[in-house]
Design a binder for this molecule. Structure first.
Ligand code: SF4
Ligand code: SF4
Length: 152
């Protein structure tokens, strides 16, 4: 987190951000708000969740600020403080219950076949025995408990 105080607000991160082209995510603004201690502007914002963690900003930042990692930390804090949104909880539930964060549908199968890859991804859909490991991991890491708590 300390590294972000080296930010010179050049905007390279925002200009490079693929998610920012389609959403209101302004990476430079997230960094600025954290510098100014404006917690709620960061933790309560939907924009925090628009980042795809592609690491482009982090690679291009002229001050070597670990922006993507900072976004990830901020998300963890936001989740802990009750800012999880319904879609996040839905995705978390899907993962806990099925080992997938999305529902695998016929359209996905067809799309995969159209580009000549196996019709089913090499995940729990191909290896159902891995579900046991996922259950253990979500249980032992406390992830499952936290998701259930967020639902109240
Ligand atoms: S690229 Fe780096 S220095 Fe420039 S605004 Fe973003 S975080 Fe700050
Ligand atoms: S890591 Fe996130 S904030 Fe950085 S460029 Fe990618 S989508 Fe944008």
């Amino acid at each position: 987190m300390k590294t972000l105080y080296a930010c010179i607000q050049c905007g390279t991160c925002s200009g490079s951000c693929p998610a920012g082209r389609y959403t209101n995510l302004r990476t430079r603004l997230i960094v600025r708000n954290i510098q100014l201690g404006l917690r709620e502007n960061v933790l309560g914002s939907d924009d925090l969740w628009a980042c795809t963690t592609c690491y482009t900003c982090q690679e291009r930042c002229p001050r070597n600020i670990m922006i993507t990692d900072i976004v990830r930390v901020a998300r963890n804090i936001a989740f802990e403080e009750g800012h999880a949104k319904k879609p996040h909880l839905y995705v978390a539930h899907m993962f806990i219950n099925t080992g997938h964060s999305i529902k695998f549908a016929d359209e996905h199968r067809k799309l995969r076949e159209s580009v000549n890859v196996s019709s089913v991804p090499p995940t729990v859909l191909s290896y159902p025995e891995a579900m046991e490991e996922i259950s253990k991991l979500t249980e032992l890491s406390g992830f499952k408990k936290k998701v259930l708590e967020r639902e109240g």
